[in-house]
Design a protein around this ligand. Structure first.
Ligand SMILES: Cc1cc2nc3c(=O)[nH]c(=O)nc-3n(C[C@H](O)[C@H](O)[C@H](O)COP(=O)(O)OP(=O)(O)OC[C@H]3O[C@@H](n4cnc5c(N)ncnc54)[C@H](O)[C@@H]3O)c2cc1C
Length: 446
């Protein structure tokens, strides 16, 4: 029979109520150790002021002893000079815990080693002249707050990196503009359980929890500092921020469909909108939706009950969606469907008032009165912010990246719709997570 392992009361207490768990935002040093035999992993982060350990936090993956020793060592080292903390041994930690079972002494008592690794990291950085970051300086700056940008920012901050995220439009990007009434059907783990608004809220809460700095500013240019290893981000209001790593998460923008009058009415709330428009802007209006496929049909579904009336128009002979989807759409009140019909022109004084259509079956021109037109056209990557950085773009307009989402410009990443035609929320979120880990590993290796 296997003998049960006896733990001291102090070990049990530190295991049940571990002290100093977590990460330090913009930590001065990080130490990690692991035991490949038992699989225990420990990480200790430090904030050091005047050679004193002012703050210390840990994250440990392991058994009760591993967690208790990590917790204990942080209590012992807090407030010590670096030299004194280096003197703490594995035995000291075990003694202060009232002893550890013999079997755990070599396997799980690694906390002092993690502490020493963190102190060594701090001393190495001091020697190599790594400087502390000022107020507007960051390790990671993310441009764009869609699913990709929020994920990159949250994971970077979770890894202990000082992170800022910029948004020029709507926090949450396309996700926050999707029809709020429906549930997301293809996000593993959340399928059918979460609305776009709910997921946006959760992503923003995650970023806040990790203390990501949020700036409601449009990044108008990104430049590489001549001397030093920073990128300089200038925003439209004239503010300047610096970051060691920049993540382009600027998503996509609609391709113009070329209808006469589109350009005029797409500006200054003139009545022309695109797929990613906030539906509340169309409340109580007579709306014409022009496009094809599932996006056109789902836009109609999304606007039902919000707008006054909908005319759903496609130049094709059908919308190309399954019959059962179309049957559902046909039940929408105040909806008219027109197939094989082209939108030729939009007319009006300052705002769109009239749409000129060509019915190709009857070969006749029609005029209908509308207050708003939603053009369900294709989307293209939004590369404006990256233009003079010199990032490589592929033949379809996407920013080229490697498997870590790195671009050809050192320290610049691209994630989500600006970098990939796999237009899925889960992919955008995964890109962000890849970047957070890659930046962390690169900084650790420096
Ligand atoms: C109608 C519709 C329905 C969809 N439904 C689904 C679905 O059900 N399931 C699914 O998996 N996927 C769906 N998708 C795809 C999914 O929405 C995208 O893959 C995902 O939202 C892309 O996220 P992103 O972060 O790359 O870009 P975006 O969400 O576009 O975010 C980019 C952000 O960057 C900001 N930005 C751009 N330039 C700057 C700048 N210079 N400075 C500051 N900020 C800037 C923009 O304002 C924007 O908020 C749908 C897409 C659409 C259009």
């Amino acid at each position: 029979m296997v003998e049960p392992i006896e733990y001291s009361e102090k070990v049990k207490d530190h295991f049940r109520n571990p002290r100093n768990v977590g990460v330090i935002k913009d930590a001065d040093a990080i130490g990690q150790v692991g035991n490949p035999v038992c699989g225990d992993l420990m990480e200790i982060q430090l904030r050091v002021e005047d050679n004193i350990i002012k703050d210390i936090k840990f994250r440990t993956f392991g058994c009760a002893s591993a967690i208790a020793t990590s917790s204990m060592v942080t209590e012992m080292a807090k407030g010590m000079t670096l030299e004194d903390a280096l003197e703490i041994t594995r035995s000291d930690v075990a003694d202060d815990l009232g002893g550890l079972p013999q079997i755990k002494m070599h396997c799980s008592n690694l906390a002092a080693d993690a502490l020493h690794a963190a102190i060594q990291d701090y001393m190495d950085k001091q020697k190599s002249g790594v400087q502390k970051l000022d107020e507007n300086e960051y390790e990671v700056a993310v441009v764009g707050s869609g699913a990709a940008g929020l994920s990159a920012a949250t994971v970077s901050a979770y890894m202990g990196l000082k992170t800022v995220i910029f948004e020029s439009g709507t926090w949450g990007g396309i996700l926050n503009k999707m029809c709020s009434a429906r549930l997301i059907e293809n996000y593993p783990g959340l399928t059918g359980k979460m609305s776009p608004a709910g997921l946006t809220k959760t992503l923003l809460e995650d970023a806040e929890k990790q203390e990501v700095d949020r700036k409601e500013e449009d990044v108008s240019s990104i430049d590489i500092e001549q001397e030093g290893d920073f990128k300089v981000l200038t925003t439209e209001v004239g503010n300047e921020y610096k970051a060691r790593f920049v993540v382009l998460a600027t998503g996509s923008i609609p391709v113009e469909s070329g209808v006469v009058g589109e350009e005029k009415f797409a500006q200054n709330e003139g009545g022309v909108y695109y797929l990613s428009t906030d539906p509340s802007k169309l409340a109580d209006k007579r709306v014409l939706i022009y496009g094809k496929g599932y996006n056109a049909v789902s836009t109609a579904e999304c606007l039902s009950g919000i707008v006054d009336s909908i005319t759903l128009v496609t130049e094709e002979s059908s919308f190309g969606v399954p019959e059962k989807v179309m049957d559902k759409v046909k039940k929408i009140e105040a909806l008219k469907i027109m197939t094989s019909t082209n939108l030729l022109e939009l007319q009006g004084a300052n705002k769109v008032e009239k749409a000129i259509l060509q019915d190709n079956t009857e070969d006749e021109k029609l005029e209908i009165y509308v207050d708003a037109v939603v053009l369900v056209s294709d989307l293209k990557p939004d590369i404006k912010a990256a233009e003079h950085l010199g990032v490589e773009i592929d033949e379809s307009g996407f920013v080229k990246t490697d498997k870590h989402q790195r671009t050809n410009v050192d320290g610049v990443y691209a994630v989500g719709n600006v970098a990939s035609d796999v237009d899925l929320l889960i992919v955008a979120a995964a890109h962000g997570a890849i970047v957070g880990h890659d930046v962390y590993n690169r900084l650790k290796a420096q």
